[in-house]
Write a protein that binds this ligand. Structure first.
Ligand SMILES: Nc1ncnc2c1ncn2[C@@H]1O[C@H](COP(=O)(O)OP(=O)(O)O)[C@@H](O)[C@H]1O
Ligand SMILES: [Mg+2]
Length: 213
């Protein structure tokens, strides 16, 4: 049994049976528009980075799928199938209380990532899975980096804010405030420096938009 679960820009994901378990196989597909050697290198690098970071994130206390097997040459990762919905699809049907609790939890998890120097690189509600237990699983670490730079970590949060603003416009502010509370509580001292950077990045963007207008 193998069914296509999702088809993204970089990868195709299959739902499969593997030693009697239901797993997800993420296969980074060849991109014809890229020079072959470069394409191969990118797919290998992102596969390794993703598998490593998913495991490091789990060690830091952030819910992520278990990695069962990695095939660098084939650019595939076999991981635990999380029976969950993408947060993107659930956000508008949740009660406002539940939404707040979830974004508080996301803030805590991102603080754990950042304290471990992991910058996710693509924090959107398509890369967050909401399990029936209420737990939020983090996926899609192919663009993750290891960094302590306040600018990088601020950008990570800025991307989430932008995703909320554009995709979930009615709720974005409540969600983002709950996120910041969770982030600050978990990160503790030092969080305000990163959150101030988020504001600075935001106003830089506004300034540019106004200049273009
Ligand atoms: N371990 C998993 N368990 C359940 N669903 C998953 C899992 N990994 C990915 N998915 C689903 O596949 C989609 C695409 O996976 P993702 O890793 O984000 O790839 P892409 O790089 O193409 O965005 C996700 O939005 C999610 O719906
Ligand atoms: Mg994704």
């Amino acid at each position: 049994m193998s069914v296509v679960l999702a088809k993204g820009a970089e990868a195709t994901l299959f739902l499969e049976q593997w030693y009697g378990m239901r797993v997800v196989r993420k296969h980074r597909i060849q991109k014809r528009y890229r020079v072959e050697s470069l394409d191969k290198r990118l797919r290998r690098e992102r596969t390794i980075r993703e598998a490593r970071t998913i495991t490091a994130a789990k060690r830091a206390g952030v819910p992520t799928p278990i990695i069962f097997s990695v095939n660098v040459e084939a650019a595939t990762i076999i991981m635990e199938h999380i029976k969950a919905h993408r947060l993107k699809e659930r956000i508008s049907v949740l009660s406002s209380n539940k939404r707040q609790r979830i974004f508080n939890q996301i803030g805590k998890s991102v603080a754990l990532l950042h304290q471990t120097h992991i910058c996710h690189g693509d924090l959107t509600t398509s890369n967050l899975l909401l399990h029936a237990s209420g737990k939020i699983y983090f996926i899609d670490f192919g663009l993750a980096t290891t960094t302590q730079s306040v600018e990088d970590l601020g950008t990570d949060i800025h991307l989430l804010r932008r995703a909320l603003y554009s995709t979930h416009h009615i709720f974005w502010e409540g969600c983002f405030n709950a996120f910041k509370t969770g982030y600050q509580n978990k990160y503790g001292i030092g969080a305000s420096r990163i959150l101030r950077k988020v504001e600075a990045i935001e106003s830089r963007g506004r300034y540019i938009t106004e200049r273009i207008r």
